[in-house]
Design a protein around this ligand. Structure first.
Ligand code: ADP
Ligand code: MG
Length: 809
């Protein structure tokens, strides 16, 4: 059954080279008990390990062949998995498994679970009723019996036993050997032993090793010598048959005979003929093959003709089921460390996942997408998010868009249109000067209508069509004056509402084509936007609330907290609440228009110094009305100051009744660009001569010259509108880099959320990195502990014929 040819095993280390086996050749039959004997270090274990496939030979071959071996089983791996049982000196039982599980494991590694066979194997080795016990609860002899049961449970064709009795007392040893002897009747049992005595007593064959070579190879023979040869009676050992007894008695009675112990062992080499006689045919074969029963004889032939695919199937079938792997694997794993490692790992992974998601989340992108989905365009505002800047002066401030910025977007691959939104003031009503007869800002603000437009977007008709479809010109002429603006019906209705003409037949006649609405702007035309239809239900609700002439705080809160209102605000910000111009030179035309007389200029934020250069205030800002519009004379660098500002700058306590403490002052006013948070670049410096004080809400009232000067810096584009033909992601990148933000109402809310998220993100990332490091260390330590801790079991499973997959469990 086994043919070994020129087997050589050299153990090599850096310093040593040990030749453990040095050209060993033999052939073993399919049954019988073979003892491999020899001194310690002679190579016995090495030989057995090579036969059992636990190690690889340096040279030579081991073949499994013969009628009783199927074609498939000639593959050493398959043979070992199916037809081999291994028994060790120190039992090598799995301490954490019960007796039954220990035995069952050998079966299960072959893809079978058969409790009856487990019981049968245990009964065969004389163990009954210990199935549920653990190895530690058994005697040494019992443990070795379990090991034998484990070896025989798959009914192997070959049992290899390395010093199976080495750890047992002599009586127990004998019992074990007898058990093996019994088993060897219908299979081959190879026992390594240094006990020559029991070898001589039980072995069918003895192979003796010395320094890695076979020094003796003998086979027990019975009856090859005649019982009586001339005057010699060859006395065999063991019980004699009646016939033998008769023959001996007859010879003795003849007299003159010598008695001689028959030589029981004969050189194997001389025994070719006897071999055949001695060699019984395997009756049952090993049942470990394939998945269903026995493959000897005809079935073996069938198996040999199996297709490769079928073989593969069988191979896959071999081994533990996943469920059983986990079940058994759990027994070898410290539950607490397993759970904690798993939990820690999951936690770290989750943290990283959260970080990745959070970092990947970009509010800008969301709003661009929303804008595009809603309006077909998206706008980016260059400015600071209110929450980003402390102090109220700079909240919600827009920053000047530069031509370089636009070039950056184009460089990044954006090839659509870019429209500029200018901060030209298009008030629906006037703030305080000249406000007679109009509703207060507060009342307008509480209502559905706007208080002031977002500015003037210099666009073209195609853009208006994109936003408003086939819009109607409700009044006026789109191209009336180069400095005129086009109002949406929404803005126009807001004005009409403040003027009380909203319900009139021609509500816009008061201001379309009339110079200087609110002294600020000229209206070319009003166009339809469909806003009323789109937000009709909301408009109705506001109208209802307005019925008593006022919208209360509570009513307003209820109305403005709806998502409907958020949609409305977004639409207003993106299209309704913007004035349009179709003249590319609109801004220039306004400046050059002799009739244009702005009522206000805006000081962004200015430092005020006295004549001697002493700073009086460093954060002044606000609207400065034009003196002539307020009916006041001021020319050149002349201005009037409010009582409250004068008092606060110079420490006086004047009242409207008594302004006698006033002294004319010459001040220097220094302003910075709104984007210049560090106050590094002065945009203008004005010398202002304070001519008098007035009891007004505004900080100052200034001459036209001063207003014009301030205006130069007051008017600029602060947002860009893209019509989405370009590469979105590239535009987004540039927007981020240049500090542009999606121009959407909820943006500051989202930005706050983003900030918190980023904060957590950084925190998570830090914790994650630390945890990951700890977890890695833990896992390495844990893994090493487990492998080291289970190395013993892994070795056993390997010896039981487990594949890599089974061992990994
Ligand atoms: P036996 O089982 O007969 O006592 P072994 O087969 O265990 O002998 O060992 C044969 C020789 O090979 C000895 O010299 C031993 O030291 C050496 N040997 C065995 N296993 C190894 C190994 N893993 N590495 C190096 N040398 C080994
Ligand atoms: Mg040994």
């Amino acid at each position: 059954m086994i043919v070994v040819e020129g087997l050589k095993k050299v153990y090599k280390s850096e310093k040593f080279e040990v030749t453990a086996l040095d050209g060993v050749s033999f052939a073993l039959p399919s049954n019988g008990l073979v003892f491999v004997v020899g001194k310690s270090g002679s190579g016995k274990s090495t030989l057995l390990n090579l036969l059992g496939g636990l190690d690889e030979a340096t040279e030579g071959a081991i073949r499994f062949e013969g009628d009783e071996i199927s074609e498939e089983e000639r593959d050493p791996d398959i043979f070992r998995a199916r037809c081999l049982g291994f028994i060790f000196q120190d039992f090598h039982l799995m301490e954490k498994l019960t007796v039954a599980d220990n035995v069952s494991l050998a079966l299960e590694l072959n893809g079978k679970k058969d409790y009856d066979r487990v019981k049968k194997a245990l009964r065969q080795v004389g163990l009954d009723g210990v199935e549920g016990r653990y190895p530690a609860e058994l005697s040494g002899g019992q443990q070795q019996r379990v090991a034998i049961a484990r070896a025989i449970v798959k009914e192997p064709k070959l049992i290899l036993a390395d010093e199976p009795t080495g750890n047992l007392d002599s009586v127990t040893s004998e019992q074990i050997i007898e058990t093996l002897k019994d088993l060897s009747k219908d299979r081959l049992v190879v026992v390594v032993s240094h006990n020559l005595l029991s070898a001589t007593r039980y072995a069918d064959r003895i192979i003796e090793l010395g320094d890695g070579r076979i020094v003796r190879d003998v086979t027990r023979v019975r009856g090859h010598e005649a019982l009586v040869e001339g005057d010699t009676i060859n006395l065999p050992s063991g019980e004699l048959s009646d016939a033998q007894l008769d023959e001996i008695n007859r010879a003795v009675s003849e007299g003159g005979k010598k008695l001689r112990r028959a030589s029981e062992f004969v050189d194997t080499a001389k025994l070719e003929t006897i071999d055949a006689e001695n060699d019984m045919t395997a009756d049952d074969g090993c049942a470990g093959e394939a998945t269903n029963g026995n493959l000897s004889g005809a079935e073996a032939t069938k198996s040999a003709s199996d297709t490769d695919a079928e073989k593969d199937k069988k191979r896959v079938k071999r081994g533990l089921s996943a469920k059983r792997m986990i079940e058994l694997g759990a027994k070898f794993t410290k539950r607490t460390s397993f759970v904690s490692t798993t939990v820690a790992t999951a936690f770290v992974v989750a943290l990283f996942a959260i970080c990745v998601i959070l970092y990947g989340f970009n509010g800008n992108g969301i709003y661009m997408q929303l804008d595009i989905a809603r309006y077909g365009v998206f706008s980016l505002q260059k400015g600071y998010c209110p929450s980003e800047i402390e102090g109220n002066l700079l909240t919600d401030r827009q920053v000047r868009v530069t031509d370089e910025d636009i070039q950056e977007f184009e460089k990044a691959g954006y090839d659509g249109n870019v429209y500029k939104l200018y901060n030209m003031s298009i008030p629906v009503m006037v703030y305080s000067l000249d406000a007679g007869g109009l509703p207060s800002v507060d009342e307008v603000y509480r209502y559905f209508y706007t208080e002031t437009a977002m500015g003037v977007l210099v666009a073209d008709e195609s853009y208006l069509k994109k936003l408003f479809g086939d819009f109607e010109v409700l009044a006026g002429d789109l191209y009336d004056k180069p400095y005129g603006v086009i109002l949406t019906d929404y803005i126009a209705d807001s004005i009409a509402f403040t003027q009380g003409t909203l319900e009139d037949e021609r509500p816009y006649d008061n201001f379309v084509g009339k110079e200087r609405v609110h002294e600020r702007y000229y209206v070319n035309a009003v166009i339809s936007t469909g806003y009323k239809k789109e937000f009709e239900p909301l408009a109705e609700k506001f109208k209802d609330a307005w019925k008593d002439g006022e919208v209360t705080e509570r009513e307003r809160d209820a109305l403005t907290s709806s998502s409907e209102y958020a949609d409305f605000l977004n639409a207003a910000q993106n299209k309704f609440n913007i004035a349009y111009s179709l003249n590319p030179d609109y801004v220039k035309s306004v400046a050059e228009n002799p009739l244009e007389s702005r009522m206000f200029a805006r000081i962004m934020r200015a430092e005020i110094f006295d004549e001697s250069g002493h700073k009086l205030a460093d954060n002044f800002g606000g609207y400065v009305p034009l003196a002539e519009r307020a009916g006041i004379e001021a020319h050149g660098d002349e201005a009037y100051m409010s009582l409250w500002l004068y008092n606060s700058l110079f420490g006086t306590q004047m009242t409207a009744e008594d302004m006698s403490a006033f002294e004319p002052k010459t001040l220097k006013l220094r302003d910075y660009d709104i984007s210049d948070l560090a106050l590094e670049n002065v945009t203008y410096e004005l010398t202002i001569r304070i001519k008098g004080v007035l009891d007004i809400d505004e900080a100052m009232i200034a001459s036209r010259e001063l207003i014009d000067k301030i205006h130069e810096y007051d008017v600029y584009a602060y947002a860009l509108v893209f019509d989405s033909n370009g590469k979105m992601s590239d535009v987004l990148d540039v927007a981020d880099r240049l500090g542009y933000r999606a121009n959407a109402m909820e943006f500051s809310e989202v930005y706050n959320v983003l900030r918190v998220m980023r904060m957590y993100c950084d925190l998570f990332l830090t914790i994650g990195v630390v945890l990951l490091a700890v977890a890695l260390l833990l896992m390495v330590a844990y893994g090493m502990k487990n492998v080291r801790g289970n190395a013993y079991e892994i070795g056993i499973i390997r010896a039981l014929g487990a594949g890599q997959r089974d061992v990994a469990t």
